[in-house]
Design a protein. Sequence first.
Length: 731
Amino acid sequence: MVDFVPRDDLSAGANSLVREVLRLQAEHKHESLGCKHWLLALLKRHGPMAEAIAGGLEAKALTRQLRKEVSKGDVGDPLDLDALVERAVQRAAQQGKGQASERDLAAVILAAASYEVVESSFDASQGAGEGSSGSAEAGEKTFGGRGRPTPTIERYGRDLTALAREGKLPRIVGRDREIEGIFRALCRRTKRNPALVGPAGVGKTAIVEGLAQRIVSGDVPEPLVGVRLLEILPSNLTAGAGVVGELQKRMKAVLQEASQDGVVLFIDELHSIVGAGGVKGTEDIGSLLKPALARGDIACIGATTDDEYRRHIEPDRALERRFNPIAVNETSPAVTLIIMGAHREKLKELRGVEVPDEVLQWLVDFAGEYLRTRTFPDKAVDLLEQCVATAVVEKASDVDLSRAQAVAQELVGMPIDLDTRLDALEKKISESGLLTADDTSALLDRLNVTMRGLDLQPLRPASVALLTGQAAANTDVVAEALAETLFGGGERVVDIDFSQFDGHEDVNTLVGPPPGYIGFEGRRPLHALAQMPRAVLLCRNVHGCHPEVREVLGEALARGVVAERSGKRIYLSDALVLLTAATGVQASQAVGFARGSEEGSAASDQLRAAQAELGAGFAEQIDLVFSEVPVTAEGQRNWVEQTLLVRLADQYRTHGVSLEWDKSLIAWIVKEQASHPTRAGLTRMVEERLGEALIPHLPEAGAGEIRARVSAKRGAVKVKLEPSSSEGGSG
């Protein structure tokens, strides 16, 4: 086919019609354009409109006849492209329009084919504007249900085929299988109601928009030629329908319009029809739809997620039987890249921002690696949109790789370079004396594999570590260190004390009660993780919860997802999980195969202790066990300076006291470690001695901040108040 450059004197719909004519010519390898090329293209795309503006024309019968004649080489009288367009433009100018629409082309084509053009009908349709769905008259005269208006549906929804004609729908690629499945369902005699079911963000709505474009182009089976695809919004139907009988009145009108030949309904968020507008199972939209669906009076396409389909549609067996589910999976990275290319061109047209190919590829790769709980193509397109929006705000003409990386880093809330983050974590742990060198090495080795997506179970958490014994005293600081260095902030810690779940009924607190029970839609402790999936999940005292609760947690760690009874899924694959428990473990190494006999014995002791306290199934999900703290003088001193005193300074600052530590205090605390073998005991001792010295000096509320220097002399804590300052003290 000769490349066709859209003409400025034609509307978008008219240009589309010309392209279809040229496609027909190329398909049959005809040397010149004939009247029958034009007429066939017109009838395929706008059969109802042609019937409305030409006297005695029957689109279906004539289309079949023209297909046979054109395929045999009979193209009718020559009808040159430029000559026909010139006539259409002149016709449009006579009506005060700057562009010729497809209706103008239709009138010229039908006149050339010796059909009588009914001017009154044609001119009435012009008044509504091309592709308008705002009035009943426009719908009747153009492409409205093969001859009858649909004012109620258009009032509460939108005409997708009209939007497709106007070029207002995004181009869709890579969904031929799903669209063919819709074709097969719609061409049935009964149960012609396909339901697109798949995860959020896979492009279910886009598939239906692609179907509208196929209908407009005529690339559909014969029974679907010229149909209108109308989306109805349940929320619009129920809005203002509080008066008894109002919803029933609206639905009756909708069903009457939808039952006519040539109309297909589309309901996005299909699950919302259950319970919408009335008591569930009686007078809601779903109940009012079921009789028409059962009789096959209407054709209806639905779209919803897997969870919502199971939760709302499947329990209503009568409603579920009316639909023909079509699974929609996320697109592959290769197909996503093609989709990204189409979005890039649209964004360039709208925003004037260039996005190079290498940036598109990087965005797809990044989305695949770092947004694993979301689906293609939505997550990659979302990144692209954010990058272009950032370029617009920064008044840049393109999105280079550095800008894309900065946007992506901000989106996930952490540095992208994993090596940098792991180096920072190692430094933080070592300087603070939180874990032994062996434990630190084991943790870094584990994260170096899992956070690159190189493990065999990528849906599991990046690491599941159990802290017990002496190491449990450092739990809070270890969690904060992981959150700060790996995820960009100490606030990314989701802290849950499992000792509160000591009854079997507390499973409901974790995953929600069964449907219909009080609290079914309530907030759960793990919902914070759904809002920030890149976080440290700190599960305290897992030995103290009920065995059924621990079993649910163990299954979640094994599968990488918490499945709530409401259907909501919370993914753990981007999280680090820290567990604390009293297990009697005395050694610390990775659980699993060891290199030497001594290491193997230690690992076996840990595994047996964890199995005895937590159960064999739960213990299998633990990757690492930490039970010791550094015993070197340097490690102990680092812990005192970098952890204990820093946290104490932060605590007193909230009470209006800014502290500085004298070297004598640090030396005294380090010396006291000999008589306080555990860090928990040493912490309590320092808290008490420091409190005795500082509490008498705490400022009254609103009195402003005081500054104090704390030292130790002959085993006694001394406090020296200094002039107040707005600057905080060092810790």
